[in-house]
Design a protein around this ligand. Sequence first.
Ligand SMILES: Cc1cc2nc3c(=O)[nH]c(=O)nc-3n(C[C@H](O)[C@H](O)[C@H](O)COP(=O)(O)OP(=O)(O)OC[C@H]3O[C@@H](n4cnc5c(N)ncnc54)[C@H](O)[C@@H]3O)c2cc1C
Length: 290
Amino acid sequence: MQVPATFGYELAPDLAGALALLARHGPDARPIAGGHSLLPMMKLRLAEPTVLVDINGLTELGGITVDGDAIRFGAMVRHAEVLDSAVVAEHLPILRDAERVIADPLVRNRGTVGGSLCQADPSEDLSAAFSALGATVVITSRDGERTVPVREFHRGPYETAVAHDELVTAVRVPIRPATGSAYEKVERRTGDWAVAAAGAVVSLDGHTVVRAGIGLAAVGAEHFVAAEAEEALRGAPATAESFAEAGRIAAEHCRPTADQRGPVDYKRHLVGVLVARTCHRAAARARGEV
Ligand SMILES: Cc1cc2nc3c(=O)[nH]c(=O)nc-3n(C[C@H](O)[C@H](O)[C@H](O)COP(=O)(O)OP(=O)(O)OC[C@H]3O[C@@H](n4cnc5c(N)ncnc54)[C@H](O)[C@@H]3O)c2cc1C
């Protein structure tokens, strides 16, 4: 079925208005941001919201700004803005790497940071990248704001911590010293979803890894994270051997499934290679080498 069920439409005037509309229309209403995930799901009747609350006019949900020792992304920031951002290029190259391989310019011009996280697709690249970065998600309701670590935000495939009368309003990423980051994805063809993807954030003290964040997409990693590999890297020397071992551990602990993109063994192999490679590149960036 390629035609959505009947639905109502409300254009929210501002954040307070959007939250009031969501509360008034109840659990069957849904906010719509870029629409690049929700509309296809409605056409397939995998989602049948009774009312769409359009949040595209909410200017307070825009902007990428440095806010103390963190970078704040408004929920309505489009993929294309992340890709073009000088702040992102300077501090968070993992996001620029990821955005280069998300879909195509049409999708990147409309799809949003908030929509991507809220869709909670297990193959979602930004969820893996923000998890590696240890980001915090800001959720707003009529009662005020609360913050949730991104690693607690995703409750499972297509499930998040956001209630029906709440909106994600921002994502905050800490700026860490002596830190580099990188993201790589293997796709069957340009613009496709990942066969497997990995992102790494490596903080160094001299030649020692003091903190590592490793995110995985499309391979069944809980909360998009390779926690055992992160743990193995903490305190390890920043060498090719350490990064290869982190890749081996990540490959062992992820849980990919066989599908049209490839068999399980192939995906595990990719995880091993991509984790080692992104850790290596992140460490080089932390040292200012690339
Ligand atoms: C052809 C195609 C290829 C793609 N390829 C990739 C890819 O390779 N990698 C990748 O990561 N993604 C890919 N995507 C997904 C793309 O990144 C979408 O933009 C993204 O998943 C959803 O963002 P959106 O703003 O369009 O959200 P929408 O479709 O508007 O919304 C998605 C969900 O989030 C909810 N929502 C939206 N905003 C908020 C908010 N602020 N607060 C609470 N709930 C909210 C909606 O109610 C809905 O349930 C692809 C999409 C398409 C169409």
